[in-house]
Design a binder for this molecule. Structure first.
Ligand code: AMP
Length: 282
């Protein structure tokens, strides 16, 4: 495993792979790595001759300065975790000015409306920041395949749109959500929670699971009410949103239509930490 801090040294490393048409995999992350990230890196290592794992807390995708400041940074632990993964891994640790060159600002994107749903409603400009940094990364790393978790399902759909818009020759691969034994989706933000909060936070997974079980029998408005009540009865978690959405558009579903795939999405706060999760319903 090699570590590169500059675009120049990473590109020098990757040049022989490009020349020989060897497959480059890419896993972008913001660090504070856990088994969810590792699952992406493992899949990428199986499917490519080398894998670039970037660790970069991207300032332009945070709409809240405190959230950016408090985002966990555990670079030594991250490197130790990646050393345990079998594969030809290059860790890329760019700095913001190198990556963005002169101005650390977002490009404005039209992702066909997906950017205005759920996370987009609650995190103004978030997906412009995600699109901007990934566009730079894709043009820098030139991967054949890039790996994203379904944990951030809306982001995964945005990235698929981004590569169409920017006409980038990269295949986007979605990977399943990795969970703790309790069902809680693994997240870097879980590192900011104590044991009690981690235990309480399992309400998110339990709720999604219940919605999935009851999806065929109950209407969407009944399910919305059920979830609202569950969170109202909990003093520790506050619900930012619960939505059942059509997977193809991510628009809020008001009723169930035939031949349509649905997913349930939750964003919730606990002890000042924002957690998101989602689950396929049919
Ligand atoms: P992040 O570091 O949070 O930006 O995440 C980097 C990548 O890891 C994104 O594609 C996430 O969707 C993915 N990821 C984060 N948590 C999980 C998880 N629990 N299971 C699967 N993928 C995940």
């Amino acid at each position: 495993m090699k570590i590169h801090n500059s675009i120049e040294s990473l590109q020098k490393e990757l040049l022989p792979f490009l020349k020989d048409c060897k497959s480059i995999g890419f896993v972008p992350t913001m660090g504070a790595l856990h088994k969810g990230h590792v699952s992406l890196v493992e899949q990428a290592c199986k499917e490519n001759e080398c894998v670039v794992v970037s660790i970069f807390v991207n300032p332009t995708q945070f709409n809240n300065a405190k959230d950016l400041e408090k985002y966990p940074r555990t670079i030594e632990g991250d490197i130790a975790l990646l050393k345990n993964v079998k594969g030809n891994i290059f860790v890329f640790l760019p700095n913001a000015s190198d990556l963005y060159q002169d101005q650390i600002i977002s490009k404005k994107y039209d992702f066909s409306g997906i950017e205005n749903e759920m996370e987009g409603k609650h995190r103004q400009g978030h997906f412009d920041g995600v699109g901007t940094v990934l566009n730079i990364f894709f043009r820098t790393v030139k991967p054949n395949k890039a790996y994203f978790g379904e944990k951030d399902f809306q982001q995964l759909q945005i990235v698929k749109k981004l590569v169409e818009i920017e006409n980038l020759p990269v295949k986007i691969i979605g990977c399943p959500i990795v969970r703790e034994a309790s069902g809680l989706a693994m997240s870097s933000r879980n590192k900011r929670l104590d044991i009690e909060a981690l235990n309480e936070a399992t309400l998110i997974y339990k709720t999604l699971s219940e919605v999935k079980v009851k999806f065929q029998k109950l209407s969407i408005s009944e399910l919305n009410l059920l979830v609202k009540n569950k969170f109202n009865n909990n003093d520790v978690l506050s619900l930012e949103y619960f939505e059942i959405a059509d997977v193809s558009t991510l628009k809020t579903a008001l009723d169930k239509k035939k031949n349509t795939k649905y997913r349930a999405f939750i964003a919730s706060f606990i002890d000042g930490v924002r957690l998101i999760d989602n689950m396929a319903l049919n």
